[in-house]
Ligand binder design. Structure first.
Ligand code: AMP
Ligand code: ZN
Length: 114
């Protein structure tokens, strides 16, 4: 997807602080962190938003949770707790239309979210 910022990050055309990379999944530090740990986990396949996930991506989406678990352990937030957030469309505040999972942790969070 030519003008997608996250596709460009995955291809290395835009720099990022990479924290994980395999054949299907890429993860990097959020440029504007909202908590001490704020990592974005993205499938390399361009899927615009969570509403577009289909049967074909079942395994891929499951793998993202496993990457999130691994990163949470690595960053020391597995036991203290963390949030895995996917925004979808306008009311959620989705800004980048390449599906991404926010891994947030390292501080006490409020519920309900703002
Ligand atoms: P969302 O509002 O769920 O679409 O989240 C988009 C996220 O991408 C925000 O948390 C931004 O800070 C983050 N972001 C945007 N551009 C970049 C970039 N070039 N590198 C890292 N994170 C970015
Ligand atoms: Zn993309």
């Amino acid at each position: 997807m030519g003008d997608c910022i996250f596709c460009k990050i995955i291809k290395g055309e835009i720099p990022s602080k990479k924290v994980y990379d395999d054949k299907d999944i890429f993860a990097f530090e959020d440029i504007n962190p909202q908590s001490p740990v704020h990592i974005l986990i993205v499938p390399k396949k361009h899927i615009a938003k969570s509403l577009d996930v289909t049967e074909k991506e079942k395994e891929l989406i499951g793998s993202i949770f496993m990457v999130a678990n691994r990163l949470a352990v690595e960053r020391g937030i597995a036991e203290s707790g963390f949030r895995l957030v996917v925004n979808c469309n306008r009311d959620s505040g989705q800004e980048v239309f390449h599906i991404h999972f926010h891994l947030l942790g390292g501080r006490k969070m409020k519920w309900p979210p703002g």
